[in-house]
Design a protein around this ligand. Structure first.
Ligand SMILES: Cc1ncc(COP(=O)(O)O)c(C=O)c1O
Length: 480
């Protein structure tokens, strides 16, 4: 690792890698953390770190005109090992630095007025919500197609409770499935056109469990830098070498695979069908072409694209009319457009069979309840029967995007999806706007660091099929 290599630009460190590095430095050099926070440049070089942590030593080699490729031999430790000071022992949780840091963030959140986090809603969480007995226009629900309150979906859930009770009462592999669970697996596979599908308890858990279980230390996982926390945690659990690539940049992905694929047993590329904080979509055919050229697998997280993209809501695959077999793992959640709870992997039969019999989440964790399975099953049937819901959602999302642009609001790279951020910049301003909108009858959540960069704080609008054009225009006018 050349000393002039920058952590971000050259070595691909993302926020999670930086946090890990910061933790290990804090454990070994607690007394130097203040100075590091003060002095380090935004994207430090290896030498910047070594100078501040070790004795520096030796002249700093100059960067060659064309940076040399990273050598294949073992990477020397970033910090000198022998001079390791004794670890500061911590006991009471209340004294942990992490807890103090959280308190600081909460103080900051409260300083902008009331704290928007952890508020409850008193009715359906849809285009409208009730907060403290007051009805507001709501942009904080994943419930894109308003299916969680749909009469048929609710009826199906109630009947499932009466027939099977409120819990699956065992893990899926060990007698925890009803016929509804099996029907749901088959329905997802048939809806998406894959050989099979498997449902897990929780969308987040699905990513952690699948990526973490299928891949290991000999493998390479390359993912979009905007990937959801669940994917990144799955990568960490797998022990695979992880490299984020700049958002949507399939050429950068191609370069990473060219440099690294040959040194790894298997390679996985992970992208999203619609990015959850920005509402952008990937150029899927390009990614398929790159993954095929390098003999890698491709996984797409469709949490925000299934039920939203494509003429009939079948997601990013339908949007680009790609061959289903060109993507290895179609991951999705049942908690968003599908109005229930859980996550799924739709894939060819051998992959699903392997997950069914070996994924720890399927063997050791109770699955979704019969009511959740029935709701998801009925919701997919409603989407099949009423594709006009998907068309209407698309129409409203485009209307909101156009309206925001006309008013000079910064909606970043949002396109095609129903996630539309209004980028407001710093945190205080974003919180103040969220609180002020709520006072005026509009509920929209502020999103800040670490979910997005510190200067890209935003109000994140989820458009809902039950919004009206008047709801959207009024909310935009209030925001302006
Ligand atoms: C892209 C993405 N993947 C996975 C998840 C996790 O899904 P769930 O909320 O169903 O656990 C989310 C949740 O917001 C998400 O945005």
């Amino acid at each position: 690792m050349p000393p002039y290599a920058r952590l971000g630009v050259d070595l691909g460190f993302d926020s999670l890698m930086r946090t890990d590095l910061q933790r290990s430095i804090a454990a070994q050099f607690p007394d130097r953390m203040d100075a590091l926070h003060r002095d380090l440049p935004e994207d430090p070089t290896v030498r910047d770190l070594v100078d501040r942590l070790g004795d520096g030593g030796g002249p700093v080699p100059q960067a060659p005109a064309t940076p040399a490729p990273a050598p294949a031999q073992a990477v020397p430790p970033l910090v000198p090992q022998p001079a390791r000071p004794a670890v500061k022992q911590e006991y009471a949780f209340e004294e942990w630095a992490e807890y103090a840091e959280l308190q600081g963030r909460l103080r900051q959140a409260r300083s902008g007025g009331s704290n928007p986090y952890g508020r409850s809603h008193e009715g359906f969480n849809s285009a409208e919500a009730t907060i403290g007995g007051r009805k507001v226009v709501n942009f904080a629900a994943f419930n894109y197609l308003a299916l969680s309150g749909h009469p048929q979906v609710r009826q199906a859930a109630k009947e499932a409770i009466d027939q099977y009770g409120t819990s699956a009462s065992a893990t899926p592999l060990l007698f925890g499935e009803t016929p509804l669970h099996h029907e749901l697996d088959a329905e997802i596979a048939s809806f998406l056109g894959t050989g099979a599908a498997i449902v897990f308890a929780g969308g987040h858990a699905t990513n952690v469990a699948t990526v973490g279980h299928l891949f290991g230390p000999e493998d390479l996982i390359v993912h979009d830098e905007w990937s959801h926390d669940s994917t990144v945690r799955g990568c960490v659990l797998s022990g695979a070498r992880r490299r984020p690539f700049p958002h949507n940049d399939w050429e950068a992905l191609d370069r990473i695979l060219t440099a690294l694929r040959g040194r790894h047993r298997r390679a996985l590329v992970v992208i999203e069908g619609a990015y959850s904080q920005d509402g952008d979509i990937p150029d899927l055919p390009r990614f398929i072409e790159v993954k095929q050229r390098h003999g890698a697998m491709l996984m797409i997280d469709e949490a925000h694209s299934v039920g939203v993209l494509g003429e009939t809501g079948r997601g990013i695959g339908e949007h680009f009319a790609v061959d289903r077999a060109d993507v290895d793992l179609w991951m999705g959640t049942l908690s968003k457009a599908i109005g229930s709870l859980g996550g799924y992997i739709a894939a060819r039969e051998p992959i699903v069979e392997y997950l069914r019999f070996t994924a720890p989440l399927h063997i050791f964790s109770t699955g979704i309840s019969p009511a959740n399975a029935a709701a998801a099953l009925e919701a997919i049937r409603v989407v099949r029967k009423e594709p006009q819901r998907v068309a209407r959602l698309r129409e409203l999302s485009d209307f909101f995007r156009d309206g925001a642009r006309e008013r000079g609001l910064d909606i970043g790279v949002s396109r095609a999806s129903a996630v539309i951020p209004v980028i407001t910049g710093d945190w205080e301003k974003t919180m103040a706007l969220s609180n002020s909108l709520l006072e005026q009858g509009v509920n929209v959540m502020p999103i800040g660091y670490p979910a997005v960069e510190r200067d890209k704080c935003r109000l994140r609008f989820f458009v809902n099929v039950d919004h009206t054009e008047v709801d959207l225009e009024t909310s935009l006018d209030l925001l302006v």
